[in-house]
Write a protein that binds this ligand. Structure first.
Ligand code: FPP
Length: 287
């Protein structure tokens, strides 16, 4: 018998498979999507519910976005689940969020294991209640061999905290004489962040219409495309994610270059590729 998953069994519809196929066919998919999940409180207040109901409803959104990202073949999904600033919220709301987090980890574990989802965390996990730390540690450990989507929960996280933490690690290296100040480079700073093992996000999605970064992935978002939607997080579903990806696909990613430079780069790459293929064919035909 199928194990209880904590939610309804899931089957991807044929229509959705077709939509995903179109998305793949019409352009490049982002390798890494970062999400600021915002608007849970407003969603609940609009319905005369407690804010906790908004956070609970937000879990269904996270589940749908995780499933659809995995199905699409997105490599990394990083979500802002609890910021350093969120500690200032009423104690009841904070402890409710952690209770929901523990329930979510337990409910979703089976599906994560069946679908190759690897769970990671970034942030000051040591500040979380001990039981939550233990649940997170176990979930990360159990999914660590999975090779599909990497789902990273940013918890007690802020971009500035991560930069401070990286600078302190680098300062210790300098003080011990292992490196000199001239060795400090973008690569070294990048490698000292808690996100070192993942590529920078190609796309940042923010819900509920706010136009702020809110201290999320400050270093890593330097060149990311930003998609803001008025949809509140508990209403956000895969269709909204597809819309964000479509918008991403229509934008030109310049990395500070002009359109003409970008075209030249593309031409050079295709020229290099052509001459490589020609050399290979002539080598093969010579035997
Ligand atoms: C922001 O909405 C959302 C959060 C602070 C938490 C997001 C958490 C989830 C979606 C659930 C999954 C993760 C955990 C930790 C259980 P808000 O409350 O700031 O909304 P508002 O801006 O409308 O007040």
């Amino acid at each position: 018998m199928r194990k209880f998953l904590g939610h309804e069994p899931y089957h991807q519809s044929e229509d959705d498979k077709r939509v995903q196929q179109e998305l793949r066919a019409q352009g490049k998919l982002p390798r890494h999507i970062a999400v600021i999940m915002d608007g849970n409180g407003r969603w609940a207040e609009e319905r005369g519910l407690l804010r906790a109901a908004g956070h609970q409803a937000g879990i269904a959104s996270l589940r749908d976005v995780t499933r659809s990202s995995r199905e699409l073949g997105i490599g990394y999904l990083t979500v802002y689940a609890f910021s350093t600033e969120n500690w200032k919220r009423p104690k009841r709301e904070v402890s409710m969020l952690f209770r929901l987090l523990v329930k979510m980890l337990r409910d979703e574990m089976q599906e994560m294991l069946e679908n190759g989802v690897r769970l990671k965390t970034i942030g000051q996990i040591n500040l979380l209640p001990k039981v939550v730390q233990q649940e997170l540690y176990d979930a990360v450990e159990r999914t660590s061999k999975n090779k599909g989507l990497t789902l990273t929960l940013a918890l007690s996280y802020s971009g500035r905290w991560d930069l401070v933490h990286a600078m302190q690690a680098i300062a210790l290296e300098v003080r011990s004489g292992k490196i000199s100040p001239e060795d400090i480079s973008e690569e070294l700073i990048r490698a000292s962040l808690t996100t070192a093992e993942m590529p920078d996000p190609d796309l940042l999605v923010r819900t509920s219409g706010e136009l702020r970064l809110s201290n999320f992935l400050l270093w890593e978002l330097a060149y990311s495309e930003i998609h803001v939607t008025k949809t509140l997080w508990p209403d956000f579903r895969r269709e909204h994610l597809y819309e964000a990806i479509r918008e991403y696909q229509t934008r030109e990613r310049r990395f500070g270059l002009t359109g003409a430079q970008l075209k030249k780069e593309a031409d050079d790459v295709s020229h290099e590729h052509k001459s490589y293929v020609e050399k290979l064919i002539s080598k093969i035909s010579r035997g």
